[in-house]
Design a protein. Structure first.
Lengths: 339, 325, 291
């Protein structure tokens, strides 16, 4: 076990070392992009009554008049001390707000991606075993439809049907109904907090509010799962080693097991990638259903030019991506000692 | 009774062109040959002649768009199913085995060598894992893999090409088949390794009284390791017989051109220009399939294609012996 | 080459055969052509001027004068949807051109020469993988604020590396193919091998990607408009229309958001089907398991 431990340690070290420049690059890019843009947050902050002098003073106070690289250096300096700045909408510290909102987004994304994988992967696999059959054609069409549907529109239509017409779903405002009191915040994830507090009424309300957004998001996420798992399995079934296994007279069950074992790695890698890209897509869903998650906050910040928030948001996404890729690669490495 | 008897096998490929028209490629056209126990047959021909396809038919691995139009195969007196049908228990893997091309990619990347060798045995009835394990080690030793016990734990990507090929030979012989088919067993191997691998193969086959079919385009291998040889062209066997006979009294112009293309002959006689391009399986000529490329074609070649029995098991499909120029 | 099967006598046989061979392709093509027709003929077939507002007939349900109803500004939804296809193509086509213009040579060079160009391309793709829409929004807002042109340029630029990667993959496969090796062995100079031998085949392989990328362009531009970036208020662009419609869904005026969304989804689906069908037709291996 010591040898495996050493390999894991080495992998982690290398991975962290490689990731730092990538994250730095992303932060830098974001930093520059929002400052170079045509927006002037100072004017927005100061309000319509401000005159030139006030604007200049404000700019100096926010250090926006300094050379860009100096600003970036300052930002980095504070970053490594854990200070992510404050939002210009109300002076809320960015770091604290991220901690507060991120679990909510995570809740949505993990639930949806989990469901999507549970539905999408088996469908894709089944489609691959009977290629060009009716199931395959149907699932391919369904997958393409999922690709083509704009999430926000699907969300709106879902609200229309299930809330307005059928009155099944609660109004798409927030994560709990108005009359329900939220449980004490422990993890930040509403579902977990409800369970921990034993508050079943709140749990029910939370689930009801999550139902529609999760459903839409799951459908969105399932489309690429179907397509990719099908592609992976087809490639495996056409491989030399499956051909050889058939030549050896292996039973269908054995061949299927062999194929699945070989599919595990590429599937896992793909799921990791999907998870990270869907995390960003979650912003839209939160926006429509007013779920007060990180994505919604970040999106608003981009539109308003709230620099610190935008940087914090992008940084969170980037860190999360790196983390997920690291975990996936670690699992893959442990499963299959190649390279 | 022969071990293996292939009778008049016709296999077509039905494909659809871009405008959905049906196009038929006649891949095998009346392939017939027999094999006795303990014989080694060399199947030669250029790429696309139908050698690998014949092997697939023997193994019962044909799938659509391939279609068996006529013919049958008998193995040990029983007729074989040629198409890959689920649930159909063919002798493949047990009595007829394959040693495939591309050794490194034919092994399951996610399983150790030892486990794969054991799996092959378990798939064909061996329930005692300890015995399977021992047998695997024994076979690895027989193909001269050093330190077989350690090698059992190796992963496929850790092997060199030559070693992987030897593992495949071990896998092919581990269930003591009656017939082994080696498909281009030397592809991608260095020359020295080629000789080693083939020596091991031939030795094991002979020692265990097995029959073998070696598919190759290398006449040197045929001359060295095979008892009989069959030359294929455009899905037809155009000459067949004991190796010495065919090499000595080459009757078919195609065989002659093949032999004339070997390095030794080129050294002796210079390059013999080969006329024409590979046959178009979608549109085969009537009569002799080779006539468009044959320097000795005559009017009679436009009619049917004969089968002439020359002496001692040497057959040729050509009009020339009866119509010398 | 000897004769193919006999030429069919009926002129319809070819397209019908094509349809049976890949219905996805035909359906996709049909959809795209339909919307293209809408886009080209918009001023002629739209019943009203898309930005003409009838202040007294705000939020009328579908039927009567307004076939798809009218929106919150009293504008005819049907006319706006029809004109929306102009915007869809107006964004997707130039963006696609930019993508090919940059991505094709980039992919060719990276695949053929390799080296630092290749590495740079791959690294860029890695960074792009880490954030999708967000950076797009950032970039558009950053460039010139609310501008259609900047949106087109940004979409085209962002698509280029992805397209370049596909081209690069094709080039790599071709480069190790026998016929290219033969061309080099016979003594063709590098540029000629690239131009005559590799380019046509690489384009063929990458063609199927083009409709997919355009589908994405249409989608992403609508998404951006929905968020509120790049398109100003009365412009009849589908994403912007859905944005407006979002307000009215809760109060039950469903038509404002439904129709533009339907149009958007159909066109994107059409492009996707087209791309999928094209892949089917061009690459026999995609037909699934079989020998």
């Amino acid at each position: 076990m010591g040898e495996t431990g050493a390999r894991i340690a080495k992998f982690l070290l290398v991975r962290v070392a490689v990731s730092v420049p990538v994250i730095l690059g992303i932060v830098f890019l974001t930093f520059m992009l929002i400052r170079v843009g045509g927006q002037d947050p100072v004017a927005m902050l100061a309000g319509p009554m401000a005159d030139e002098a006030m604007l200049t003073a404000l700019r100096a106070q926010l250090q926006l008049d300094q050379p860009l690289l100096l600003q970036f250096a300052n930002y980095l300096f504070r970053l490594v001390q854990g200070d992510l700045g404050v939002s210009w909408q109300g002076g809320i510290p960015v770091w604290g707000e991220i901690l507060h909102l991120f679990p909510a987004t995570l809740e949505l994304v993990l639930l949806s991606v989990g469901l999507a994988a549970l539905i999408g992967v088996p469908i894709g696999l089944r489609a691959a075993t009977h290629p060009n059959g009716w199931f395959d054609q149907l699932s391919r069409f369904g997958s393409l439809a999922g690709f083509s549907m704009p999430t926000y529109w699907m969300g709106l239509m879902a609200i229309l049907v299930f809330f307005y017409i059928l009155r099944w779903a609660p109004p798409p405002m927030g994560r709990l109904s108005m009359e329900v009191v939220a449980p004490t915040v422990v993890t930040g994830s509403l579902l977990l907090d409800c369970i921990l507090a034993g508050d079943w009424q709140a749990l029910g309300s939370a689930l009801a509010h999550l139902a529609l957004p999760v459903a839409c998001f799951t459908l969105l996420a399932a489309a690429p799962m179907i397509k990719q798992s099908r592609a992976i399995l087809i490639e495996i079934m056409n491989s030399d080693y499956v051909r050889y296994a058939r030549a050896n007279g292996f039973s269908k069950a054995t061949i299927r097991k062999m194929a699945l074992r070989n599919a595990a790695t590429p599937l896992l890698t793909f799921l990791g990638m999907e998870l990270t890209s869907l995390l960003a897509a979650a912003a839209l869903v939160e926006y429509i259903f007013s779920l007060s998650g990180l994505g919604q906050w970040g999106l608003n910040a981009i539109l308003l030019g709230d620099f610190a928030v935008v940087q914090g948001y992008v940084l969170t996404l980037a860190l999360f991506s790196v983390f997920i890729f690291m975990v996936i690669d670690l699992i893959v490495m442990l499963l299959e000692p190649r390279r | 009774m022969s071990l293996l008897s292939v009778e008049d096998l016709h296999v077509h490929f039905i494909a659809r062109g871009i405008n959905n028209q049906l196009r038929t490629a006649k891949a095998l056209n009346g392939v017939s040959f027999t094999l006795e126990p303990g014989q080694v047959l060399g199947l030669v021909g250029e790429t696309g002649a139908g050698k690998s396809l014949t092997a697939l038919a023997l193994l019962g691995l044909l799938r659509p768009p391939a279609k068996v139009v006529a013919g049958k195969i008998q193995f040990e007196g029983q007729e074989l199913g040629l198409l890959d049908q689920p649930g159909h228990r063919s002798p493949r893997g047990k009595s007829i085995t394959l040693i495939p091309q591309s050794p490194k990619t034919s092994l399951d990347p996610t399983a150790r060598i030892g486990d794969q060798l054991i799996r092959i045995q378990r798939e064909h009835g061996q329930t005692d894992t300890a015995k399977a394990h021992a047998r695997a080690i024994e076979m690895l030793g027989q193909v001269q893999i050093p330190d077989p016990v350690q090698r059992m734990k190796a992963w496929p990507h850790e092997l060199s090409g030559g070693m992987a090929q030897r593992v495949l030979i071990a896998a092919g012989l581990i269930n003591s088949p009656r017939l082994v088919i080696a498909d281009e067993p030397t592809t991608g191997l260095d020359l020295t390794v080629q000789a080693e691998v083939l020596d091991i193969f031939k030795r094991l086959v002979t020692a265990n009284g097995m029959s073998a079919i070696i598919i190759t385009h290398d006449l040197g291998i045929v001359a060295h390791y095979c008892d009989r040889m069959a030359v294929m062209f455009a899905g037809t066997i155009i000459e067949e017989g004991p190796v010495n006979q065919v090499f000595g009294a080459q009757s078919h112009p195609y065989t002659q051109s093949l032999i004339a293309s070997t390095p030794k002959q080129i050294a002796l006689h210079g390059f013999a220009s080969a006329v024409g391009s590979p046959p178009n399986l979608y549109d085969l000529p009537s009569g002799c399939v080779y006539k468009d490329r044959c320097p000795k074609a005559q009017a009679v070649c436009d009619t049917r294609l004969p089968t002439l029995d020359l002496e001692s098991g040497h057959r040729v499909r050509c009009h020339l012996p009866n119509h010398p120029q | 080459m000897s004769a193919e099967a006999a030429t069919p006598s009926h002129w319809l046989a070819y397209p019908l055969g094509l349809a049976r061979r890949s219905p996805t392709f035909v359906v996709g093509l049909g959809i795209v052509l339909f919307f293209l027709g809408l886009a080209l003929l918009a001023p002629v077939i739209a019943p009203f001027n898309p930005t003409q507002s009838f202040s007294y007939e705000v939020l009328q349900a579908p039927g009567g004068r307004f076939f798809f109803g009218s929106d919150g500004n009293g504008m005819d939804v049907l006319s706006r949807v029809i004109h929306g296809s102009r915007y869809a193509f107006g964004i997707a086509v130039p963006a696609g051109l930019i993508m090919v213009g940059i991505g094709l040579p980039l992919g060719l060079l990276a695949g053929y020469k390799g080296g630092w160009l290749d590495e740079a391309l791959l690294r860029t793709l890695d960074v792009l993988r880490a954030f999708p829409t967000i950076i797009l929004a950032l970039a558009v807002v950053a460039a010139t604020g609310q501008s259609l042109v900047s949106m087109v340029v940004v979409i085209g630029l962002l698509d280029s590396p992805i397209f370049a990667r596909v081209v690069r993959a094709e080039v790599l496969t071709l480069r190790s193919s026998t016929f290219v090796k033969a061309a080099i062995a016979v003594g063709n100079p590098s540029w000629r091998v690239m131009w005559v031998h590799i380019l046509p085949n690489a384009i063929l392989g990458a063609t199927a990607q083009l409709p997919m990328r355009m589908a994405w362009a249409v989608r992403i531009s609508a998404t951006l408009a929905f968020i509120g970036v790049g398109i100003q208020a009365p412009t009849p662009e589908w994403g912007a229309m859905i944005r407006q419609g979002a307000e009215y869904v809760i109060t039950g005026e469903w038509w404002v958001a439904l129709f533009p969304g339907l149009a958007l989804m159909t066109l994107v689906l059409g492009f996707n089907l087209l791309g999928d069908g094209l892949t089917d037709l061009l690459d026999p291996k995609r037909r699934g398991v079989g020998k």
